[in-house]
Design a protein around this ligand. Structure first.
Ligand SMILES: Nc1ncnc2c1ncn2[C@@H]1O[C@H](COP(=O)(O)OP(=O)(O)O)[C@@H](O)[C@H]1O
Ligand SMILES: [Mg+2]
Length: 318
């Protein structure tokens, strides 16, 4: 881009200075002024005036040429802190035009690369979860099923006392199998793919809280904008972690899940009235929520509520 006008910055500066010196020399050569071995006052004055003219002209011309660079540096400092990076204003012509276009082109490529790598990270996380789910299902799940069947066969032939003792073992095994299946199901957001975000969130709350003491309130705004798949996935995963934390840690009477559009953002909140998260408590779950949010340019705030309990709030651009 810099060569669009055919001259590099240094050749322009050299050309300007060369022009000035040539002009000065010509003035000295062709003006009536001459310089003696002991310069006369009149000569000194001519030299000083000539020099001053050269310095000022040099300043004006070189300064004018380089000013777009100074402006660019100031603008770069300002946009560096914005995310996604703001584009530079492009002057109509000259060096500033070429530079700003080059830099904007670079910014666009950085944005694309960043988005691509975020999407790749999300896809990799999901692929890993799917793999673990498959392994749980095919490995531990199959073995436990086999144990259950064998136990059933043994119970049939055992004497009443042994059969009674084995019934407990069967129950524990069945519970373990259910747990493994539950974990495998949570690892793959089938419902999300099949039914969409709204139904997936409803299914999630039902699955987690239908057997417990905690009462669920849902406020999912009708007519939410259609979200991109990665954004939807992040909303679902954050809701899943936040709700699982409520079920596991909060000892809450009520949990409330809301999903709303606020301006151009979609806001998910999960609030409970339980014991409240300890300030600064961070585990794999909390870290995962933050990481996922960042991947789609979103933010998560997790904290204690004023009235007791915990609130998780996710804001993502729709
Ligand atoms: N809703 C909640 N109510 C009370 N404590 C919570 C809640 N959510 C999280 N916590 C606390 O924060 C810790 C970190 O949570 P997390 O990162 O999800 O890890 P994990 O759930 O695996 O323990 C939890 O161990 C728990 O002590
Ligand atoms: Mg957790």
């Amino acid at each position: 881009m810099l060569s669009a006008h055919g001259f590099s910055l240094s050749s322009r500066v050299i050309a300007i200075n060369g022009l000035l010196f040539a002009l000065g020399t010509a003035l000295l050569a062709f003006s009536p002024a001459t310089v003696s071995s002991r310069p006369l006052w009149s000569e000194v004055i001519v030299l000083v005036v000539g020099l001053a003219v050269m310095i000022v002209a040099n300043g004006v011309l070189v300064g004018g040429t380089l000013r777009p660079l100074d402006r660019l540096v100031t603008q770069l400092d300002r946009v560096r802190s914005t995310e996604p990076v703001e584009r530079l204003p492009v002057p109509r012509s000259g060096l500033g035009h070429d530079l700003a276009e080059s830099v904007n082109d670079l910014f666009a490529r950085i944005d694309t690369a960043r988005r691509d790598s975020s999407l790749a990270a999300l896809a990799a996380q999901e692929a890993e979860r799917a793999r673990i789910a498959q392994e749980l299902h095919d490995g531990v799940g199959q073995s436990l099923t086999a144990v259950l069947l064998e136990l059933g066969a043994i119970v049939e032939q055992a004497d009443p006392d042994t059969a009674a003792a084995l019934t407990g073992v069967r129950e524990t095994t069945r519970a373990s199998l259910d747990e493994v299946r539950g974990v495998a199901r949570q690892l793959r957001p089938h419902v999300l793919e099949d039914l969409g975000l709204r139904s997936a969130l409803v299914a999630l709350t039902t699955e987690l809280f239908s057997h417990g003491e905690t009462h669920v309130r849902r406020g999912i705004m009708p007519g939410l904008p259609a979200l991109d798949d990665p954004v939807e996935l992040v909303v679902f995963r954050v809701a899943q972690e936040a709700l699982t934390n409520v079920a596991r840690h909060a000892r809450a009477r009520t949990v409330e899940l809301t999903l709303n559009q606020v301006g151009t953002d979609v806001v998910l909140t999960v609030r409970d009235d339980g014991i409240g998260i300890a300030p600064g408590a961070v585990g794999t779950g909390v870290r995962g929520m933050r990481e996922r949010a960042t991947l789609v340019d979103g933010q998560v705030e997790i904290g204690r509520r004023d009235g007791g309990g915990t609130q998780v709030r996710l804001v993502v651009p729709a």
